[in-house]
Design a protein around this ligand. Sequence first.
Ligand SMILES: [Ca+2]
Ligand SMILES: [Ca+2]
Ligand SMILES: [Ca+2]
Ligand SMILES: [Ca+2]
Length: 476
Amino acid sequence: MNTADMPTAAGPPTRVPRRRPRALVVLSATLVLLAACSDDSSETASATTTEPAAASEAETGAEGAGGTQDTVPETDPESSDPTPPRSDDDVAPALYDDRILAADIWDDELRILSAGMGFDGVIGWPDEELETIQTGGGSFYQPECAGDPIVSGATAAGVEMFYRGVADDEPDYDDGLPVVFTWPVLTSTVHPEDFLFTLNTGEQVVPNAAGMLPNYELNERNTVVLFGDFGNRLDGDEAVYPVSLEVIDDGTPLRFLGPDGEQSGVGLTWTGGGSPYETGPALVGAKLNHVGDEAVGEGGAGPLDRVLLPNDEFALYGGGDFRIRLLTSGGYTPTGITSLTPDAYENHFRIHATADDGSTILLTEVGVDYEVAGGTLRVLGLAELGQAESERVAYNDCYVEDADNQIDIILAGDEAAARSITFVEVPAEGEYLPLYNPGGPGPEPFPDVRYTAPGPPDLEPVINALDDPMRVSNIP
Ligand SMILES: [Ca+2]
Ligand SMILES: [Ca+2]
Ligand SMILES: [Ca+2]
Ligand SMILES: [Ca+2]
């Protein structure tokens, strides 16, 4: 974006000590934690050699991109050397290897579920200084539980490590935009040039970068995150944002895996959207499955897995009986930079089910047996966030979650009762807290910065996948 679009503010607030923050958010934790993991090359190298062959092969990709091999792209943000040319092979191979394992399909038909701009200008910071974050319109928060502040955004170096494509300017101040599909993508085909946006100004835009973080697990991979110059955070007539998307043939056309095999995405279109500073992220899917005997398709990139996972229902609740996987149009966290925690169901969500007499029962509390048609249902809590609570992991402002656009609600109860579930609601008002994408304000927003809007109240019908699990796999 044009830096003239960016809001400006006077010096740093006096309530926070001036220090060098580490960028702990965006797609959030993920970029920086991966970078942090890769800093410790001796540990990651030895971990690789002691693991089974199959896992090592997969992980070598991500670790190589993270900094342990000779093919590493330039990642020092303060280096004056020009970034050397790089190929797709230089970028985190484990994320672009076409693996898909028990990934949900959200419709029989291949469609784009959402492709609205997420947030403006906080991707590609030239550095992580407080002034840079503030004048660039980011958010900053120093939790009591951590030595380092949490900030929004990502450095250019972090983006180049894990996303394909390159920045068009230095510094870049790119916008973020998740494209959510009904089917998982064969990730080797993902490039910025697959996407052509039309803005409300009539201008056409191709993204600068494209990638699979944070929706990277083998049972996910239906959301491509794009960075580029899609719009701004201005108001009224000055607001700029995309209004349509077409998937085009870049020579390596996007391919997806559906119930009957592979299908090209070329020609898919999407229209809609608006400014994310007017309306925040919303539910685009909710899917009910049996939990089964084990978690399948978790993880997919070694260093990241070790920090964030396991985050499945077995690790958190010993399994449970049913999972409702929520799919959203963008990141979905309490403030934009602090994490959603597994114990936060009652703050944000309620499930609708039908009673014997046809009336609606609202499942508002965790740990309560609700009588519905067919038996009882009990909410155990949220999953698909980060690791389970332990001596080392607390459900507080320092909790680290994957910050993607999928959240699971785990239930126990009777199968006939599960079949009476109708909707998941995000009330987002009254006693219920709204949810924000990574452009959100954080707990202590800078007063002169305009942040993305909270998500609206939402009611999403639940897809019943108890009989047909509606999942696909591709292991190359
Ligand atoms: Ca492509
Ligand atoms: Ca995930
Ligand atoms: Ca997971
Ligand atoms: Ca998640």
